[in-house]
Design a protein around this ligand. Structure first.
Ligand SMILES: [Zn+2]
Length: 282
């Protein structure tokens, strides 16, 4: 056997014993606080099982190598580690790890004045509001393996943007938490559609802060929230395909005029609904 032939046999044997994966991943947009991006893995063997983590929080990856990842709106500037784990049917498991620089995000300041009783809550209102917040937050923990969130998102209502995402709210002179959604003002009764397909996870009647409130779970911990609605037209547990009218604009709860408060969360990370894939313009 010639030396070259021997070499080829040697290399082939090595590859058979230990087949290397030439997988990699890319993000559809820059990773910034408060915005969801798609992560696409390529070069993996068909049938591989995959998952990943960002900042040590795990995320699922579908069989085509697609995932949605996000950092919370208040995430601080610094390096973030994104890891993708690939377990092929045959062969060695592999982890791709990448450090990504995440800049800080600046938000606007917004001054609001509200009646004192809507800000300094009495004992009964406070306990009611706490229970409602707990019910809403419970939906952030839902996981069901459905992937409505891997389809394009849509703007849920046309109207005037009366509140921007992330603004630092100074309420009656006191600094409050940043605005975790967008506000769209529209006449009472204007139809609101679901931003993406999903399952109705919560139908909350007359919540203290958010009024008539709906949460839709788009799968794997990606949810959207709709608040202050006049009426709600879907039921808990119902599957809502893209474009389904779920309710009508109102001013229930703590609202100064008819508008929709619309929020989106990716496994608990508060993200800008207007920057969801399919909606964002940049
Ligand atoms: Zn709002």
């Amino acid at each position: 056997m010639g030396l070259l032939k021997l070499f080829i046999v040697f290399i082939t044997t090595l590859l058979l014993i230990n087949p290397a994966i030439a997988a990699s991943f890319k993000l559809t947009n820059k990773l910034i606080p408060g915005a969801a991006v798609f992560l696409q893995v390529s070069g993996f063997p068909a049938g591989s099982k995959m998952s990943g983590d960002i900042n040590k929080r795990t995320f699922p990856i579908n069989k085509n190598g697609l995932a949605m990842i996000a950092l919370d709106m208040e995430h601080k500037e610094g390096y973030v580690t994104v890891r993708v784990k690939i377990a092929p049917k045959n062969g060695r498991k592999e982890t791709i790890s990448r450090k990504i620089w995440v800049p800080a995000r600046e938000y606007k300041k917004e001054y609001i004045t509200l009646p004192k009783k809507k800000v300094d809550l009495g004992k009964r209102d406070l306990s009611k509001a706490r229970k409602e917040t707990k019910a809403i937050k419970a939906t952030y923990k839902l996981r069901n393996g459905r992937t409505g969130y891997l389809e394009e998102f849509r703007q849920v209502l046309d109207g005037r943007f009366s509140g921007v995402f992330g603004s630092r709210r100074i309420l009656n002179g006191k600094s409050k938490r940043p605005h975790n959604g967008v506000d769209i003002a529209a006449p009472k009764g204007t139809p609101i559609i679901t931003t993406a397909p999903g399952e109705v996870a919560l139908v909350g009647k007359d919540y203290f802060f958010t009024g008539n409130t709906i949460v839709v779970h788009h799968g794997d911990g990606v949810v959207s929230l709709y608040a202050h609605m006049d009426s709600m037209l879907v039921e808990k547990g119902e599957w809502v395909p893209a474009g389904t009218v779920i309710g009508l604009v109102g001013m229930t709860g703590r609202a100064t005029g008819p508008h929709l408060h619309w929020g989106t969360l990716v496994r608990g990370a508060r993200v800008d609904p207007m920057m969801m894939p399919g909606i964002r313009k940049h």
